[in-house]
Design a protein around this ligand. Structure first.
Ligand code: ATP
Ligand code: MG
Length: 312
């Protein structure tokens, strides 16, 4: 079964996060064994992002949501670093600035949605307005409870404009979170990640789970589905997310646009330029080093062997 089917929150369905095992790894035994598959999925993602950009007609919005230390940053580093930066960007949602807070809650999200051909990753998102805002009572219930429908309408509008939306909830256990907090404490290179809020937010775990469950149930739709990703094992999280993204891009019907020039004419022009170059090089007594371009080679073929995504 594909991970899209396995981890999707069925639209209109119920979700009980405590019934989903955050340590699930399926048939995969270890990071070592799964690594070639992760690399293969990441290579697919990179090639398809190139097509998305070239095609220029659709876009992809990836929403990452999770409790602290669940690995949003890791997903971005491991899975998106091979994509062409021209056409890919990440936007992190922090506490709203004065300007952001002066607008409706979807304003800042809308400002950062992908244009045609682009991939945008939301590190946290407009969902914070029904999560942290609800848990910390930053707005009245009468305000945040209307937001589920507003979010669905917003996402419907983006989808109708050619944006595919994939939303991932990285599901970790409280034990795993504590183990990661310990790593942050013990490893000087990770000390900078520690915040007081990590510990105060952890106290509110049940309230967050309640808020997440309602958000997942009310906003998982056919055009913008939520996936609950078992994330205690970082490598399995990466495997599942990369497969879901690559499979989604794959079915978007992306294609290289047709060329706007007359190829025969251009080949003749190339030939003339090559001959001139050869003459000039001979004149200055240099060896002809003009390389031969194989007519059948294209960017995708040339670069396929260079794609060796990093994993740590
Ligand atoms: P990490 O998981 O590595 O700790 P992070 O995503 O928590 O990273 P931080 O800079 O620690 O990054 O936190 C951003 C904070 O901004 C979060 O606590 C989040 O809940 C908060 N935030 C985001 N959107 C809103 C919002 N609309 N209203 C209030 N707080 C928000
Ligand atoms: Mg944090």
């Amino acid at each position: 079964m594909s991970y899209r089917k396995k981890f999707v929150v069925e639209p209109g369905g119920k979700i009980h996060l405590d019934k989903i095992d955050p340590s699930f790894t399926g048939k995969h035994e270890s990071h070592e064994k799964a690594l070639p598959i992760i690399q293969e999925q990441v290579a697919r993602m990179d090639k398809l992002q190139y097509l998305l950009y070239a095609d220029g007609d659709q876009s992809l919005l990836v929403v990452l949501q999770a409790l602290d230390a669940a690995g949003k940053d890791g997903v971005i580093r491991h899975l998106f670093s091979g994509m062409n930066p021209q056409g890919t960007s990440v936007f992190g949602f922090k506490q709203p600035s004065k300007d952001e807070a002066a607008h409706d809650f979807l304003w800042r999200a809308h400002l950062h949605t992908p244009g045609k051909g682009e991939v945008v990753i939301f590190n946290r998102s407009h969902y914070e307005d029904v999560l942290v805002v609800r848990v910390h009572k930053l707005a009245e219930k009468s305000v945040w409870s209307k937001r589920y429908d507003l979010i669905n309408d917003f996402e419907k509008m983006l989808a109708s404009n050619g944006t595919r939306i994939l939303k991932f909830f990285l599901h970790i256990s409280p034990d795993e979170q504590l183990a990661r907090f310990k790593q942050r404490l013990d490893d000087p290179a990770r000390n900078w990640k520690i915040t007081d809020a990590d510990y105060s937010e952890r106290e509110l775990w049940p309230k967050y789970i309640e808020a997440y469950e309602e958000a997942l149930e009310r906003t998982s739709t056919k055009i913008a589905p939520w996936y609950v990703i078992p994330a205690n094992h970082k490598w399995f999280r990466d495997l599942a997310i990369s497969e879901i993204i690559a499979d989604t891009l794959d079915e978007m019907g992306l294609k290289l646009p047709p060329t706007h020039v007359n190829m025969d004419e251009i080949r003749n022009k190339y030939h003339d330029a090559e001959q001139k170059q050869k003459k000039q090089t001979k004149q200055v007594g240099k060896i002809d080093k003009v390389s031969q371009v194989k007519p059948e080679s294209g960017y995708l073929l040339d670069c396929a062997s260079d794609w060796t995504p990093e994993e740590s």
